[in-house]
Design a protein around this ligand. Structure first.
Ligand code: XIL
Length: 374
């Protein structure tokens, strides 16, 4: 059924209590005759009723598709910049900084009353060539001035910043399993605390996030990153570093081992470190699922529901963000990713399809949100 695209985010229906709202949530999902009432039940409204925020990432050019902008504004409560605020997108050359796309996304969020998350200030992965050629002695100054300029520009308007993205990559073989790149190679692990302190000085109101990948996996990589992340967060908190949130990307990859109970134990250990937890880049890689679209969509929905129902058992989890909202705009559809994985079919990792119609994963998310006891 094609969902209409209401122009504004639906709030919890006026006059209803949270219990009534949750009953509507359960009923409108379970009973097709109430499906029309699902219109009042955006993912964002269902998340709010469960005590958390829901949003998605978006690239500025996706806003050229007005229907996508309307869907985004009606379903999401948070805008995360896909790459508009990444170092290489902002600074293609040493002497220029390009804020246009980030400004457009912030304007969109402001117009629709959505929270705005900045992704990602410091990341060893997406460094432009000119930065890689700079002498190590200059890197600290570049880090400081980049954060001062970018965080300072949007101070007071950003709900949270991914200050450091993906600190670990064990395959680089560096001490402590840290991801190598211009920041780590020049400054060592200390670049992490330096970035957080600099960001806090530039905007005291934004929540500061350490964002990491792969912890959802229960294979050697996932367990390795979990252990190192717990140790790093412990060290940063003990040093008084202004770290408020740990972001776990949530790129679900069913082709690798997963154990949601083990992941739950990891989340509970993290929560004891006095941080909030955001799921920051949720999607589900369907590469290992059958070609049949209905089967694939059902399996993706099952993985969303199992993962989110588990994750939402942890009160410290305060936000769920998908990495784009519609399959049409998924990063898995990018030429670089499709070619790297020798993909012959279009991935379907998200809650809305190419025509912006709701998929089973959307109902699975609503059920998971409704399962949370707050
Ligand atoms: C992705 C973007 O969505 C793509 O458009 C880009 O080509 C590559 O990066 N983890 C992250 C995100 O933290 O920044 C990445 O985003 C996806 C993996």
């Amino acid at each position: 059924m094609k969902r209409s695209c209401p122009s504004t985010t639906r709030l919890v229906p006026a006059g209803s209590s949270r219990r009534e709202f949750m009953a509507l949530a359960a009923a409108s999902i379970a009973s097709p005759s109430l499906a029309a009432k699902r219109e009042a039940l955006s993912l964002s409204a269902a998340a709010r009723a469960a005590g958390l925020s829901f949003g998605s990432s978006i690239a500025a050019e996706a806003l050229e598709f007005r229907s996508y902008g309307r869907l985004f504004a009606s379903e999401a409560g948070v805008v995360t910049t896909d790459y508009a605020l990444k170092f290489d997108a902002l600074r293609p050359t040493p002497d220029r900084i390009e804020f246009g796309q980030a400004d457009d996304l912030l304007d969109f969020a402001t117009r629709h009353g959505l929270m705005f998350r900045g992704h990602a200030l410091i990341w060893n992965e997406n460094a432009p060539d000119w930065l890689k050629r700079r002498p190590a002695s200059e890197i600290g100054r570049i880090l400081d001035s980049h954060i001062d300029q970018v965080v300072g520009r949007y101070a007071g308007r950003v709900q949270s910043w991914d200050v450091v993205n993906e600190p670990f990559w064990p395959d680089h073989g560096s001490p402590g399993g840290f991801r190598r790149g211009p920041w780590f190679d020049a400054l060592g692990p200390a670049y992490v605390a330096r970035a957080f302190r600099r960001a806090a000085a530039a905007d005291r109101r934004a929540k500061l996030v350490l964002n990491e990948a792969f912890t959802e996996r229960d294979d050697t990589l996932g367990r390795n990153v979990r252990t190192r992340l717990l140790a790093l967060v412990t060290e940063l908190k003990q040093a008084g570093v202004p770290l408020h949130v740990v972001g776990l990307q949530g790129h679900l990859q069913p082709q690798y081992a997963a154990d949601d109970q083990a992941f739950l134990a990891f989340l509970e250990a993290l929560a004891k470190l006095d941080v909030e937890i955001y799921i920051t880049e949720l999607d589900c890689d369907d590469i290992a699922f059958p070609d049949d679209v209905a089967t694939r969509d059902r399996m993706v929905a099952e993985r969303y529901e199992s993962f989110l129902t588990t994750v939402l058992k942890v009160p410290a989890v305060k936000m769920v963000v998908t990495w784009q909202l519609s399959d049409r705009f998924s990063w898995y559809r990018s030429r670089e990713v499709m070619e790297a994985r020798h993909m012959k079919r279009a991935p379907r990792p998200l809650p809305f399809d190419d025509l912006l119609e709701a998929k089973p994963a959307r109902d699975a998310m609503l059920r998971a949100f409704a399962s949370r006891q707050v």
